[in-house]
Design a protein around this ligand. Structure first.
Ligand code: SF4
Length: 351
C-alpha cells in the first residue's frame, strides 16, 4: 500500500505497534493526518482490509463486548479506528456508540496492563493530564508500581463501591496513593470510554463513499436485531412509585447507556430491599454496554448477601447518592433520608 513508505519523524518513542494499540492518542491522529487520505479514497481496493478491520472492531463490540487485541498489520489497525468511529457515528444509534466506546476502552485497558512504564506515564499525562510516578525498586513501597496524587485517585475511585477502592484501604504516603499497575489502569476505563464516545458524538457526518454506506447498513442491521432481542428480555420493567434516582438508573439501562457502578449498586440494593429477586434484577441489565450475565449475577448475589462475607448491603442514603451525582430529587424527597422511604411517603401524601 502506498501509505507504507511514509517516514514519520514523530515516532521517536512510540512505534507503529504502539499507535495501533492506542489509536485514540494524539500521535495516532498525527500519523493519519500525514497520510492525507480523502474520504472518497476509501472506495479504492487498497483500503478493503482497513474497512474489514473497522467492521470487525464494531462486530467484536456487539458480540463480545471487547475489541480484539490481535494486530495483524499495525497500519491497518491504526487506520481502521477512525473508520470504525465514522461507521458508528453514521449508524446514529446511542446504544451502539455506548457499547463500542466501552469495548475499545476495555481493549486499551488490556494493552496498558502489560505496557512499558514510559508509555503508561506518557498516555496518562497527555490524554488525561495525570502525573503518574513510577515507584522505583529501591523505594520502601517497591511492592507497588506507581503513585498518583490523592485528589487524582479520589476523582476516579468514587465510581467503585467495593471496599478495596476506599481511600482508607489504600496505602497513602505524603499525598500520594500507591497502586499496582492493574489498579491504576482500571481507574481510568470510564474516562477513556468517554473520550471515545465523545469523539463519535462530535464527528461530522460527511457524504459517504459506497463502501462505507454498505458498512453502515450492515452494522445498523446487526444493532437493530440486538435491540429487539434485548427489549424482549427487559420488557417486564414497570416501575411505579420508585424514587427519581432509581427511575433515572432504570431509564439509563433502558436506553442502553452506561450506568456508573454506584448507580448499579443503588439499583440492586433498592430492588432487593423492596423484595425483587436476584433473577428479576439481572434481567434489567442486558442492555448495558458491558453486560456479562455471569459477572452481573455474581455481583447482584454478592450485594444480596448470598456470596463472600454474606453481608446484605443496604440501600445507600440520599446524602451519599448526592455526592455521587445520582440524586434527582423532587418534592417528595424533601421528607426522606433514604430512597427506600420514598414510596411510603409518596403514597401517604396522595391520600
Ligand atoms: S433525595 Fe433520595 S430518593 Fe430522592 S432522588 Fe435523591 S437520592 Fe433519590
Amino acid at each position: 500500500m502506498f501509505y507504507k513508505n511514509i517516514v514519520l519523524a514523530l515516532l521517536i518513542e512510540l512505534g507503529l505497534e504502539d499507535l495501533a494499540k492506542y489509536p485514540f492518542i494524539k500521535e495516532a491522529g498525527e500519523y493519519i493526518k500525514k497520510l492525507n487520505i480523502q474520504i472518497e479514497d476509501l472506495n479504492h481496493p487498497d483500503y478493503i482490509n482497513i474497512i474489514q478491520r473497522a467492521k470487525e472492531r464494531i462486530k467484536d463490540a456487539i458480540n463480545k463486548r471487547m475489541v480484539s487485541k490481535e494486530i495483524q498489520k499495525a497500519e491497518v489497525d491504526i487506520l481502521s479506528f477512525p473508520i470504525a468511529l465514522l461507521i458508528v457515528r453514521m449508524c446514529n444509534n446511542d446504544y451502539l456508540a455506548s457499547i463500542y466506546s466501552l469495548a475499545e476502552a476495555i481493549r486499551i485497558e488490556e494493552f496498558l496492563k502489560y505496557e512499558r512504564k514510559s508509555i503508561i506515564s506518557h498516555i496518562f499525562k497527555t490524554v488525561l493530564n495525570i502525573d503518574v510516578i513510577e515507584v522505583l525498586e529501591d523505594n520502601l513501597m517497591h511492592q507497588f508500581d506507581y503513585k498518583i496524587k490523592i485528589k487524582e485517585y479520589l476523582k476516579r475511585s468514587t465510581q467503585f463501591h467495593e471496599l478495596e477502592w476506599k481511600l482508607i484501604n489504600r496505602v497513602v504516603n505524603q499525598g500520594y496513593v500507591y497502586l499496582k499497575t492493574h489498579e491504576l489502569i482500571r481507574l481510568i476505563r470510564e474516562e477513556i470510554r468517554k473520550i471515545i464516545y465523545n469523539r463519535i458524538k462530535n464527528m461530522a457526518t460527511p457524504k459517504l463513499p459506497k463502501v462505507i454506506e454498505d458498512a453502515v447498513s450492515e452494522i445498523s442491521g446487526m444493532v437493530q436485531k440486538l435491540i429487539i432481542n434485548k427489549e424482549r428480555i427487559s420488557s417486564t420493567l414497570t416501575p411505579k412509585n420508585y424514587p427519581p434516582c432509581v427511575n433515572y438508573a432504570l431509564n439509563t439501562l433502558q436506553k442502553g447507556q452506561n450506568l456508573p457502578h454506584f448507580g448499579r449498586f443503588l439499583l440492586s440494593t433498592y430492588l432487593l430491599n423492596i423484595g425483587k429477586t436476584v433473577d428479576e434484577i439481572i434481567q434489567l441489565y442486558p442492555k448495558l454496554p458491558d453486560f456479562n450475565e455471569r459477572i452481573t449475577k455474581y455481583q447482584v448475589e454478592h450485594i444480596a448477601g448470598l456470596r463472600g462475607g454474606r453481608i446484605k448491603y443496604k440501600c445507600p442514603s440520599c446524602k451519599t447518592l448526592q455526592t455521587h451525582g445520582l440524586c434527582f430529587k423532587d418534592e417528595t424527597c424533601d421528607e426522606i433520608k433514604n430512597p427506600l422511604q420514598y414510596g411510603r411517603v409518596k403514597s401517604k401524601n396522595k391520600r
